[in-house]
Design a protein around this ligand. Structure first.
Ligand SMILES: [Zn+2]
Length: 238
């Protein structure tokens, strides 16, 4: 029996990240609409978003109007995510689960920044994929702790959403599930650390912006990017 060995060099992880950012940009722009509007498929000039408006320059190839996240920001976030995944030491299903989680979180963060909205379909796809991939890893204790953390934090957020009369949105309540689950897979300490980091940074940023006049009274900051960044920082610390 003879075996053949491929001599083709493997693509570096950076090129995978670059290729996937086209799709991520499309997902962000597609979902960056007001709740009463249909999902976006075209630029204002009528040209389809895919693929002409999904490049890293953040503009439509037909009319050069800015479309989606600012140039190279999403790509930078994707590269940071790849770097963290590479140095995490995670392997197998766990690595696949966190790669899926990071992909969904990048899209959700940029959509929330653009339109202060966290579409449930994106959160649901991220959560289900993440939990299924983690389940394949086969650590029952960690998996149930992740589920419990997601349930506890989203339950807490649901109470706050009702009590705050809409200041905390239901998109944030839903986002609490994958954020807390990703931290809960590791430990309850990671859940506390990640949540405190996210909520604390959001509070400090809002207070600073109010003081400097960049956030007017009654204005709101999107909470999603802070929660996601806090969780990502706590995960990178693991
Ligand atoms: Zn255009």
């Amino acid at each position: 029996m003879s075996t053949t060995t491929s001599t083709r060099p493997a693509a570096p992880p950076v090129s995978y990240a670059t290729a996937i950012t086209l799709l991520l940009r499309w997902l962000v722009v597609h979902h960056s609409t007001e709740p009463d509007q249909p999902w976006r498929t075209r630029c204002g000039c009528g040209a389809p978003l895919w693929p002409g408006a999904c490049g890293p320059a953040g503009c439509c190839r037909s009319c050069t109007a800015p479309v989606g996240p600012r140039p190279y920001r999403l790509e930078a976030a994707a590269l940071v995510a790849v770097a963290v995944l590479l140095v995490s030491g995670w392997t197998g299903w766990q690595l696949a689960a966190y790669a899926w989680w990071a992909t969904g979180m990048i899209v959700l963060a940029f959509v929330d920044l653009a339109v202060m909205r966290l579409p449930h379909r994106l959160t649901a796809a991220t959560t289900i994929g993440f939990l299924v991939l983690l389940a394949a890893e086969g650590d029952g204790t960690a998996w149930w702790r992740a589920m419990a953390a997601g349930a506890v934090l989203s339950g807490l957020f649901a109470v706050l959403a009702v009590a705050s009369c809409g200041q905390l949105g239901w998109g944030d309540v839903a986002l609490a599930v994958p954020v807390a689950a990703a931290l809960g897979w590791h430990s309850w300490t990671a859940v506390y650390a990640g949540c405190l980091l996210g909520l604390g940074t959001a509070a400090v940023t809002a207070l600073t912006m109010r003081k400097t006049g960049t956030l007017r009274a009654g204005g709101h900051l999107p909470l999603g990017p802070f929660l996601i960044a806090g969780a990502a920082a706590a995960l990178a610390w693991q």
